[in-house]
Design a protein around this ligand. Structure first.
Ligand code: ADP
Ligand code: TYD
Length: 169
């Protein structure tokens, strides 16, 4: 495996918690600090990523889990690994924790998700953003619903202690 010289940071948390706002601010601060930064998102902006994003309402369960994972491996091979190899700081809006939470809400067993993600690139820092559910609800009401996971009544406030840590190979 190629040794990476960059730093990989991921941001996860419920819709409306402030992931894209935080990512934009982090990007600005890191650039001001003189770092070469690549800000990205999952699903990614590739054709497969766009297809995954579009399919997240019509597909569910293992099928969506596999599609999200396929896009993740594509993202790693095409963008994340090469950029990290040349010293970029990469910041990603949604990553593994989103799969572990959202796909489990869809009924996918945790072990299936851990197996599916067993060979992904693990972040150096995985940040889980949280906020009061009432505040998030008000923001989402203002913004309007963008996908079915927005108002899933079973969605718990995400706590970092509830995110299983996959074994680092
Ligand atoms: N720390 C914060 N305090 C108050 N409002 C915030 C904060 N971060 C983001 N917001 C607002 O919440 C809304 C959702 O933020 P956004 O970054 O789009 O969330 P996400 O990417 O997690 O869905 C936006 O209107 C944004 O301006
Ligand atoms: C990264 C990821 C995304 N998704 C889905 C959930 C959403 O339908 C979509 C991401 O939507 P997005 O608009 O990025 O979320 P937010 O509302 O927080 O801004 O992709 C998963 O189901 N699993 C995942 O691991």
């Amino acid at each position: 495996m190629t040794r990476r010289s960059g730093v990989f940071v991921t941001l996860d948390g419920p819709s409306g918690v402030g992931k894209s706002t935080t990512l934009a601010e982090l990007d600005r601060l890191l650039r001001n600090d003189g770092r070469t930064v690549h800000s990205t998102t999952e699903p990614s902006t590739s054709a497969l990523g766009e297809f995954t994003r579009k399919s997240a309402d019509s597909l569910s369960g293992r099928a969506l889990a596999c599609l999200v994972a396929a896009n993740r491996y594509e993202h790693i091979d095409r963008d994340l690994r090469p950029l990290l190899g040349t010293g970029f700081t990469v910041v990603c809006d949604r990553y593994l924790a989103s799969s572990l939470v959202l796909q489990q809400l869809d009924g996918v067993p945790e072990q299936f998700l851990l197996d599916l993600n067993a060979d992904i690139l693990l972040p150096d820092l995985a940040v889980i953003l949280t906020a009061e559910p009432v505040a998030i609800g008000a923001r989402l009401a203002e913004r309007g619903k963008r996908h079915r996971f927005h108002d899933d009544p079973r969605a718990p406030p995400v706590r970092s202690s509830s995110i299983p840590r996959p074994h680092r190979p």
